[in-house]
Design a protein around this ligand. Structure first.
Ligand code: C2E
Ligand code: MG
Ligand code: MG
Ligand code: MG
Length: 279
């Protein structure tokens, strides 16, 4: 009895593993066509100054709208694209699209906020990453100061010669930001050397802001930011309570579902016109 139970269990996990592998292979294969079929979309999430409340920019987020499987989350697709190297083509497409959109918002809607784009370590490792950015800035005649590249702490740590690479990008006039801060493993010693403009407090700390330990971590990150002269932005603001607590801690900037969820391109210009004080 016990033996056959064990055997069933084995089959169960075997099947589960096979299903996972099938899905992975399916995603990997479908990704090959995603860009050309127009399935890759850019969604934009507003970023805010907390007080007085003001729209300061957007974060671009990849969305994959597959004709039969529907939306496949970046959390699932991006790690696979990173393993296969497909992230380089995807990332390039994102940069090209975003630069185009930002230029349009500037010329047609007078919007000059900073727009950030997530960049994977694999992308940064490409020898011609800098050349890609430089080419696209020229292609779209876009002033680099309106673009911010978001890299996670762990991404920055896994790239060889990351400092010269980042310095080179900084020299182009872009902004750099350290995403999901507090979840990686860079020491303060490393942080002080990184040529970043912004650190993003990971949303996990903001969700748990009522826990005194999380609150203290947020406070510490804000202190580090102000000591190093960096802008600090909180992610994952879902309610007025966290805004109040963040303000009390001296946090100036944030983004999250409370302000707005990431939205498709066709909603952005109306959003800008409603929320942007052109003063
Ligand atoms: P991230 O860069 O840290 O982006 C924040 C994620 O939190 C986004 O998920 C966003 O939709 C979500 N979010 C924003 N506000 C809230 C909130 O108030 N509550 C909750 N629960 N979630 C919130 P998303 O779009 O699914 O992206 C997940 C991750 O995938 C991103 O984390 C980023 O690491 C990666 N990613 C997304 N787009 C790209 C891309 O174009 N390139 C690369 N390399 N990575 C990307
Ligand atoms: Mg990000
Ligand atoms: Mg983040
Ligand atoms: Mg994240």
């Amino acid at each position: 009895q016990a033996k056959s139970f064990g055997k069933n269990q084995y089959f169960f996990f075997d099947r589960l593993l096979k299903q996972q592998l099938d899905r992975r292979l399916l995603i990997e294969n479908e990704l090959k066509f995603a860009v050309n079929r127009g399935e890759i979309l850019v969604y934009y999430q507003p970023k805010y100054m907390l007080e007085p409340e003001a729209l300061i920019g957007f974060e671009a987020l990849l969305r994959w709208d597959h004709p039969t499987f529907g939306f496949i989350s970046p959390g699932e697709a991006i790690p696979i694209a990173e393993e296969t190297g497909q992230i380089n083509a995807l990332g390039y497409y994102m940069l090209d699209e975003v630069f185009h959109h930002v230029k349009q918002w500037q010329t047609e809607h007078d919007f000059f906020g900073v727009v950030s784009i997530n960049v994977s370590a694999i992308q940064l490792k490409q020898v011609d990453f800098y050349a890609q950015i430089n080419f696209l800035l020229n292609k779209h005649q876009l002033d680099s100061k309106f673009i911010e590249l978001e890299l996670t702490e762990s991404a920055m740590m896994e790239v060889d010669d990351v400092l010269p690479k980042l310095e080179q990008l900084k020299a182009l006039g872009l902004k750099l930001s350290l995403d999901d801060f507090g979840t990686g493993y860079s020491s303060l010693f490393v942080l002080k050397e990184l040529p970043v403009d912004t650190i993003k407090i990971d949303q996990a700390f903001v969700f748990a802001i009522n826990d005194p330990r999380s609150k203290n971590i947020i406070k510490t990150i804000l202190d580090i930011g102000s000591n190093l002269g960096l802008q600090v932005i909180a992610e994952g603001i879902e309610n007025t309570d966290s805004i109040q607590r963040l303000k009390d801690l001296g946090c100036l900037f944030g983004q999250g579902y409370y302000y707005a969820r990431p939205m498709p391109l066709n909603e952005v210009t109306a959003y800008i016109n409603r929320h942007h004080d052109k003063g």
